[in-house]
Design a protein around this ligand. Sequence first.
Ligand code: HEM
Length: 468
Amino acid sequence: MGGTEYHLIARGGVGEHRSLGDRMTDPAMANPREPTRSTPPPVRWPRLAQGVGFAFLRRRAMRTWVRRHGHIFEINVPFFGRSVVISDPSLVRPVCTATAEQLVNVQPNLSNWFGPGSVFAIEGSAHRDRRRLLAPTFHGQSLRNYERIIEDETLRECANWSEDQEFRTLEPMNRITLNVMLRVLFGADAVELDELREIVPRYMKLGSLMAFVPVPRFRTGRYGPWHRLDEYRRVFDGAVCALIDKAEADPGLEERADMLAVLLRSGRDDGTQMSRRDICDELLALTAAGHETTASALGWAWERLRRHPDVLAELVREVDDGGSDFRRATILELLRVRTVIDVAGRRVAAPDVDLGAWRIPRHRTVLIRIADLHQNPQIFPHPERFDPHRHGGGRPPTPGWLAFGCGARRCLGADLALTEMDVVLRTVLQHFRVQTDTAADEKAHFRGIAHTPKLGARVVVRRRVQPR
Ligand code: HEM
C-alpha cells in the first residue's frame, strides 16, 4: 500500500516527474495513452484520530505519517476534508509555479476571521490586482523608511527591561511588531492607535483559535466566543472608521504613504474604490498576519541565541563592526529551524493537477508541510542543528526553504518581516548582553496560526550602554 506507492516517486526521480507546469505546456500530456497516475496513499487512521493528530499533535502525527508513507500522503481531517500533504521539493515546486486559477487558496482560510474583503478571501485577477496595490507599502524604499520606526519601537519597548532577571520576550516582541504594523498601516503614531493597541491582542488571541472553525449559521447566546469576537470586531471597525474620517479630511492625503491612505486613494477615478467594509477587512488582515508571525520568529531568536553562545558572540561582533551578513544568515536559519507557520494550503480548482507521479483531483486540498521540508536532511544536513553558516550565500534553497510560502500567495510581508527581525536583533544586541546557558530547549506551542516558544522565550539580559 503506502510504502509501495511512495516507491513510485522515489523511482521516478525529480527529473522524471511530470509537473502541473509540464501538463500545461507539454503536448504529450494530452496523449490518451499517458501512464495512469495514482492518487497518494491515504492515512488509514480513523478520521477522528487523524483530526486530533492534525489539530493538536501535528508535529508528532506528521512525523509518523511521513515515516509510514513518505513525502506525499492523504489525510482526511475536519475543516479541510481530504487533503494531500506534501513535503518534498520536487512535489512542492509545481505547487509554487501553478497559477492562481489552477490552485486557489485553501478553504476554509483566514478570511473566515477577517471577512470577505481581504486579500485572503479573493481569487484570480482580483487577487492579483489587490496584491499589486498592497505590495509597494511592503517593499523597496518604504522598507528603508520603516527602519527608523522599528528602531524607535524597539528602544521604547526595552527601555524598562529589568537586568539580571529572567523574563518572557514574546510579549515585548509582540508589542514591538504590533506598534510597527499599526504605524505602517495607519501612518503617524496617532492617539487613535491606542484603542487598536488594546483590542488587537485580545482579538488575535481568540481569533487565531477560532479562525478555522466554521461560523455557526445561527448564533444565539450573548456570551460565547463568537459573540466576543463580534464585539472586538465592532471596536476595531469603530477605531478604523474614525481614522478613515480623519484621513479623508486630511489635505495631505495624496502625499501620504501609509496603507490606509493607499487604500482610500485606490480606484477613486475609475469608480472601483474599496468600500469601508473591505478596507476594514484588509487592515484587520494585515494587522493580524503581519505582527504575531514576526513576533514569534523574534521570540525564537532569543530562545535559540540563549542556547548558542558561539552564534550570539559572532552576531555581537558583527553588530559592533557595523556588518549584517551573518545576521541575515541567522534570520534565515531561525525561520528554518523553528518554523513559525508550518503549513501553506491550496485547493485544486483545475480539473486535476499532477504532482510528480500523483494525480490530485479538483476540490482536493493540498497542504505544503513547510516544517517537514525544513527538516529534510537531504536539503539541510543535520537539520536539527541551529547553524546560520549553512546560509552563507545569503540565499536559501528554493523550494527547500519555504518560511514565507510560495507562488501567487507567497507572504506579502516577507521583506518587511526580514527587515523587522534585522533591526530588532541589531538594536537589542547593541544595547544588551544576552546571558547564555544550558537551559533545556523551549518546546513549540501552537497558538492556532503561529508556533511560538512554549515558555515565552525567556532570557536574562544586562544593559551594555547606559541610557543617556
Ligand atoms: C516571520 C514573519 C512571517 C512569516 C513566517 C509569514 C509566513 C507566511 C506564510 C507561510 C504565508 C502563506 C503563503 C502561502 O500560502 O504560500 C503568508 C501569507 C501572508 N502573509 Fe505572511 N508571514 C510573516 C510576516 C508577515 C508580515 C509582516 C505581513 C505584513 C503585511 C504578512 C502578510 C501576509 C499576507 C497578506 C499573506 C497572504 C498573501 C496572499 O494570500 O496573497 N506576513 N505569510
